[in-house]
Every structure is written in structure tokens, then in C-alpha cells.
Design a protein around this ligand. Sequence first.
Ligand code: NAD
Length: 259
Amino acid sequence: MTREFSGLSAVVTGGGSGIGLAAARLLADRGASVACLDLDPAGVPADLLGLRCDVTDAVSVTEAVATAADRLGGLDILVNNAGTGAQGTIEANPDDEWHRVLDVNVLGVVRVSRAALPHLRASSAAAIVNTCSIVATTGLPNRALYSATKGAVQALTLAMAADHVDEGIRVNCVNPGTVDTPWVRRLLDSADDPAGELAALRARQPIRRLVSAAEVAAAIAYLASPLAAATTGTVLAVDGGMHGLRLPPAGPGPGRRDG
Ligand code: NAD
């Protein structure tokens, strides 16, 4: 039986961990040939192509994308997922840190997309999916710098979708809520009260749990799929209802299904 992504090749940045690794795994399981570009590709399974790449380094990006396209026989799908975090208000981080995080989260998307576009133009099923975030649409405290980068990624997604629609290249993004990945586990480990912090993160999302990496991967695969050929310039929330819903606080009470 022909699988959804049979004959297609995909590059996933940040594919060595968390959401990127889950997306790469899912695309491969559905028939794609997949390269994972990551600062640390050690966690990439043997049946996927792991390539060391730093999205802040133009030479590294150009070489890794060329190697991926060469080894996979072209490039149809790009998942711009590599990212880094930052905490605090606008007073918390010096200019250098703003430049560093913008360089990874925004210019990283620009560099990898630029390198991939010539290959995508040769594809009849070209798609770019950017991993954005709930913070692009919802103000969360102590995430000023990170939010600014993801707001830029969402705007860039829409601008790129407009620029490349006539070339047959679709561009969409996913906006995850808080996802249970090594990134969030690291944040929890550094908290004064990890169990309390985890409970607060769960309570913040209307589904009262963290989103799984597999759930975000499924949304990425949908947007990347030839079956979604009419979908471009779309922002798909995978946030447990965080952006769209307004519920009473957790616990027994009117309006709660457990109340
Ligand atoms: P993760 O730390 O598990 O994975 C991120 C991967 O990106 C790592 O393998 C890391 O090595 C790689 N990476 C970082 N900087 C890089 C660089 N300069 N060049 C190449 N690779 C680099 O984190 P995750 O939670 O899976 O996050 C993936 C994406 O999802 C990020 O863009 C993040 O902003 C976004 N996101 C995460 C959450 C969440 O709650 N975990 C929520 C919303 C959005």
C-alpha cells in the first residue's frame, strides 16, 4: 500500500529531540525519507539521517541542507523546528541575549528556508511547517524575548505563504501550548518547586495536562502532507485549548465536567 509520504523527502531542524524528533519519526513511519538537522544529532534513530547543523551558522546550514537533499534525492518538506528559550521580562535579558535567541528562533528559520527553497521549487508537493508557539498569540508572563521571536515566526509564516503560493510551496505553522519534551523537563528541573510548577503548567491548559510531542507531530504531519494541498498560511494551535477557551479555574464547581 502506498503510504501518505511515500517518495517524499523531509528535513526537520531540531530533529534530535522532543517535537522535532517526534515529527521526524512520524513522517518516516508514514513513508518519508527524513534528515534530522541538529546541534546534537546523537539521539536520531539509525533509520533516519542525522546531520550536525547549527541554524545560526549560514555555512553549516547550506552544507547540511545540500547533504540532506543529495542523500535523500531532493527535498519536498521542511520542518523549521529548532528553537531555544528565554525567560524574564524585557528587563531581564541584555542585548546580546536578544540577538542570540532571535538568531536561533527567527534567523534560523530564514537561513534554512533560504537554503531549502531551490530544492522545494523542484518538488510537486512542497511544504514548509514552522514550529511557532502559543506565545505568538497569547501573552504569558516572563517570556518577553521568547514571545517576540515566536510572534516573528508567525508573521514570517504568513509572509512566506504569500510569497511562495504561486510557486506551489505551502507554508504553515503549528502553535503548541506547553509540551512534555526534554526542554520543559529541563525548565522544571531548574525550578524551586518542580512538582508545583508542573501542576501549574498542567492547570494552565484547559485539557489539564501537558500536550505530548506526538500530538504536535501529528499536526506537523497534517500540514506537511500532500493531503493538505489546499492549506497554506494557516496557524494551527495544538495547545490544549489554551488560546481559544476560557474556563473556570480547575477543581469542583459549576461548568466543570468533574464538578
Ligand atoms: P527540545 O529541547 O527537546 O528540542 C530542541 C532541539 O533543537 C534540540 O535537539 C536542540 O539541540 C535543537 N537546537 C537548538 N538550537 C539549535 C541550533 N542553533 N541549531 C540546530 N539545532 C538546534 O525542545 P522542544 O520542546 O522539542 O522544542 C522544539 C520547538 O518547539 C522549539 O522551536 C520550541 O520553541 C517549540 N515549542 C516548544 C514548546 C514546549 O512546551 N516544549 C511549546 C511551544 C513551542
